[in-house]
Design a protein around this ligand. Structure first.
Ligand code: 6PG
Length: 473
């Protein structure tokens, strides 16, 4: 049995867990790994050859290899499994040990686990980790939440393993309780939004622009050198260049148009609805993943429901230029919605989030990293309490500058019957947000008309009810 000398423990040696163990060990820390599945244990043993790493499928052995007070990282699938692991671990742990859940757990589960473990004098931190397999291995963006003094115990390790931007680590303590998992959830909501926007752009370029995958590869590669520079644009360019091993066709053409989801985008929408913070681009992105799964029904509808089917008429270059602006505009509004949700959620849940820090750690390592986050970072550096980045002068200028091409792009989609729901929603959000007057007075009137719900007036205080003159006995 190994001596209690290992500084960190990792439970869950799947792709993410194993790569994170190697990353931690690269930075000079010793790690013990545990997985029930012996094949995962063997994989880590092979990969960790010569490092200060052990791996086992014996939980007692794993626990006794750890230095006390222990730090145990969980990288297991979110949901029930996290609770099962906690229940198994609890009797083996001692006072002051720390559990760090680095999976995509729902923030309300994290709150319950914090409370539950407090009773046994154990610490629990919810830590968002983004960047997929290569992020885990070479530098993710890390979003830790929990007690600040407990965070200090792991700060130097997290600092070391995280991505770096201008030599700054993409990790910062974000706030108390489930702050880390909340921020990761919103990160994923924004991820859903941007992925949907990029997919709509692909649709328009493919159908209205008649572009081949080679041309799409070139277009996205060029876009990635300009204002759209981001991880998701970069990987999209790569995807169009990938050939299928089985058929030698472009792989993207062989993939079923029905997207899966683990649910974090939907969680973001649910909580935003609960807090009454509008994030319509994220909502529509979730709905479009749902609609994509209705493949059979869509195929029936395709035969029944026709559209006028106009021709684009525009040349490809003009379309690419317009769409670049439209995509940029829509990305601005998507980040605007995600950041505004964080602003209001922080007040509601008392997280004490600093949006500047969040923008800062999202600039590297994570799935939504992009040059736009530099602008967002500057906006929050100037005004930490900004409720919406569209109110920042520099970002407002960029949104205003790209709106005309966005309107033109939407027109092409509408005329040709090509769905651009997230791009259209981005514009609708922008137009609604910048409206000092919205027609909600009519909604108030209607509510009072049919349900005597009362209304407020714009010329005096109080609530009012009218006997609307139609009212029949
Ligand atoms: C990340 C990703 C990661 C994962 C998503 C996928 O930040 O590294 O967001 O967490 O890929 O959970 O989410 P869906 O299955 O819901 O698309």
């Amino acid at each position: 049995m190994a001596e209690a000398t290992y500084e960190y423990g990792m439970i869950g040696l799947g792709t993410m867990g194993r790569n994170m163990v190697l990353n931690i060990s690269d930075h000079g820390f010793s790690v013990a790994g545990f997985d029930k599945d012996n094949s995962q244990v063997k994989l880590l043993q092979k990969e960790a050859n010569g490092r200060n790493v052990i791996a086992t499928s014996n939980l007692d052995e794993f626990i006794s290899a750890l230095k006390t007070p222990r730090v145990v990282i969980l990288l297991v699938p979110a949901g029930k499994i996290v609770d099962e692991v906690i229940q198994e671990l609890k009797p083996l742990l001692s006072e002051n040990d720390l559990l760090m859940d680095c999976g995509n757990s729902h923030f309300t589960d994290t709150n319950s686990r914090i409370e539950e473990l407090k009773k046994s004098s154990l610490h629990f931190m919810g830590v968002g980790v983004s960047g997929g397999e290569s992020g885990a291995r070479y530098g993710p963006s890390i979003m830790p939440g929990g007690p600040e003094d407990v965070y200090e115990r792991v700060a130097s390790m997290l600092d070391a393993i995280s991505a770096k931007v201008n030599k700054e680590a993409c990790v910062k303590w974000l706030g108390i309780g489930s702050a880390g998992h909340y921020v990761k959830m919103v990160h994923n909501g924004i991820e859903y939004g941007i992925m949907q926007l990029i997919s709509e752009s692909y649709h328009l370029l493919k159908v209205a622009g008649g572009m081949s995958n080679e041309e799409l590869h070139t277009t996205f590669s060029k876009w990635n050198e300009g204002m759209l520079h981001s991880f998701l644009i970069e990987i999209t360019a790569d995807i169009f260049a990938q050939k299928d091993d089985l058929t030698k066709n472009s792989l993207v053409d062989m993939i079923l148009d029905s997207a899966h989801q683990k649910g974090t985008g939907g969680w973001t929408s649910e909580d935003a609805m609960k807090l009454q913070v509008p994030i319509p681009v994220i909502d529509i992105a979730v709905s479009m993943r749902d609609l994509s799964a209705y493949k059979d029904e869509r195929e029936i509808a395709q035969k029944k429901l026709t559209a006028p089917g106009g021709k684009s008429g525009d040349n490809k270059n003009a379309l690419v230029t317009q769409l670049e602006q439209a995509l940029y505009f829509s990305m601005i509004t998507t980040y605007a919605q995600g950041m505004s949700l964080l602003h209001y959620a922080s007040k509601e849940y008392d997280y004490g989030l600093k949006l500047k820090d969040i923008a800062s750690i999202w600039r590297g390592g994570c799935i939504i990293r992009s040059s736009l986050l530099e602008d967002i970072y500057s906006a929050f550096s100037k005004s930490p309490e900004l409720s919406n980045i569209l109110l920042d002068d520099a970002i407002a200028q960029k949104a205003m500058h790209s709106q005309t091409e966005t309107r033109k792009t939407i027109q092409i989609g509408m005329e040709m019957g090509i769905p651009l729901p997230a791009i259209m929603t981005s514009l609708a959000y922008y137009d609604s947000y910048r409206s000092g007057w919205l027609p909600a007075n009519l909604i108030q009137a209607q509510r009072d008309y049919f349900g005597a719900h009362t209304y407020e007036r714009n010329d005096r205080k109080g609530t009012f009810h009218t006997q609307w003159n139609h009212e029949k006995e």
